[in-house]
Design a protein around this ligand. Sequence first.
Ligand SMILES: N[C@@H](CCC(=O)N[C@@H](CS)C(=O)NCC(=O)O)C(=O)O
Length: 336
Amino acid sequence: MLNILGRRNSSNVQKVLWACDELHLSYEREDIGGSFGRNHSAKYLAMNPNGTVPTLIDNGRALWESNAIVRYLCESREAHGLLPQDVWSIALAQQWMDWQQTILAPAIRPLFWNLIRTSPQNQDLEAISAGRNNTEAALRILDDHLSRHRYVAGEHFSFGDIPVGVMAYRWFNLDIQRAAPGLRRQRHDDHHLEPTGAMFNLFGNERKAKRLNKDALTIIRSDEVAYLPVHLKACATMVGEYLATFLLATPKTKTSPGSPIWLKERHRDARRRRDQIQLTAATLSIIYLRARELGQLGAPVCEIIDNAMERWAGDPDASPEVLPDPTQASYSLAPK
Ligand SMILES: N[C@@H](CCC(=O)N[C@@H](CS)C(=O)NCC(=O)O)C(=O)O
């Protein structure tokens, strides 16, 4: 089991969490650093003498420096494809990781620190203004690169996108004026503010939809191999109940952002009890609701789940080729 030491509101910890998520790695995390402290205890300093977060513990060994951790995770689990395929693309990915540490992070740090971590009466307005200009100048470089390449190392998402993606996400969520059009946010729908311009791919809705698609397919395929039809049927029934409960509780005119708390609790409870059927049902329902929020982009994900649930809900003894009538899906919420 991997252990990540570090508070989740640290951008450097977020890189590691994002990488674990991409690689489908399970881990345990401990809140350390910032208001949680403990990063200067003798025990912590023995693992990371800098007293910074994150630190990764893998098999009793400690690794620090967030970008090195991201690379290590990707390289040691290379089957998952976050590693660029050729030496030049690997060098490009590393170039942008170093650039994030040496150019982008120092530019945005005073801006973030003053706006988010400092009370309004103590904010340094000059530092805010300089930080905004410096960050914008740096992000123009990234934006220009991404207007010619889909991701930092070329056409495919790689480990090199994670550090700059975390920083760009931070930038788009600050309540500031932005001069360059590509570095502004635009209202995507009722709930989401999305970056415009070339950086969209790093963490925009298109990418979210792709990930949800991949996650849904992975879960469905592996459960179809691992479980008996009777278990799959129980799971489909649960998904139907979860989604119906959500529908009943949510006015037709409104899609509320995020999954409801009770559903996340079902997910946590299933993990605690190691109830794989409930875990799959809660996970697929969460994926479904997230995809539904993405409108047309998420519709194929909803369709994949709808189809699988119809298949699973069929007679456990029936041949897998005999699929129930798709028009009978009573819980379907897929955006049309
Ligand atoms: N270059 C290091 C920087 C680590 C760093 O400065 N982390 C900050 C949080 S983003 C930290 O530990 N701050 C002290 C604290 O959280 O108490 C890395 O990328 O891991």
